[in-house]
Design a protein around this ligand. Sequence first.
Ligand SMILES: C[S@@+](CC[C@H](N)C(=O)[O-])C[C@H]1O[C@@H](n2cnc3c(N)ncnc32)[C@H](O)[C@@H]1O
Length: 248
Amino acid sequence: MVADIQNLNAERYSNELFDLWANKESLNTSEAYVLKKYLIDTTKNVLEAGTGGGRLSFQIEKMGFSNGSAFDIVPEMVSHAKKRASKTNSSVNFRVSDAANLSEFKSDNFDYLIYLQQVLCFIDKEELFLKALNEAYRVAKKDAIVIFSFLDYESKFYNPMLSTVVNTLRKFRHEKISKHHLPWLKINNDINWKLFNKNQPKTYWVTRKKIIAQLMDIGFIILESKNANQLLSDNKKGKGILYIVCKK
Ligand SMILES: C[S@@+](CC[C@H](N)C(=O)[O-])C[C@H]1O[C@@H](n2cnc3c(N)ncnc32)[C@H](O)[C@@H]1O
């Protein structure tokens, strides 16, 4: 059971991807870098979107933060995160919510907002993706820091054959799906052979220019925008996940 049965990515996380994400623990290098750089004041409160089994929120708590909240669209993930929290005496407040509709959260409420692991790229409808960006802005306090990461279309590995097959199938089926919405190529490190089927969950791959314009339109101030390979070095050409840090 998922909060929104129409959300095929949520279904994927409650099924095939549950075990992978429910029990993860440590941070990767990019996450450690952005969290350490921007989460400075441990007296402030934090909201994490798409928490899965709570990994990032537990790590943020270990950094000294004691006022954390986190949500996920998949109820099973939230129950699992709550169980982990009770075993470790964590005070993170976990709840079920959809990033595109945070009506349970008050406006102007959080100092730090964490949207890592490309959580918004699992929203495959553009209007809901935009709604989620607006919701992040709404629940953030003035001067809040919001850390996003996105799948980056411009640094995506391009497989011409696969692309031709996917596009031909879409044309043949009269599916009006943008080239930025792509099926999952792999699930749990195995090739996803269902990727050619109709009505598959899709991931949204942003372009830097467009996402920055969208964030600025909403009112965010962009503090940093770098690909994973640029966070720790001065590589000119960006590659990998796109990290964008904003201020409200
Ligand atoms: C890649 S996992 C990351 C989990 C966790 N943040 C971590 O880093 O260990 C993405 C998570 O986002 C959740 N998710 C996907 N779409 C969501 C949405 N619209 N609202 C809230 N959570 C969502 C999934 O259920 C999944 O748990």
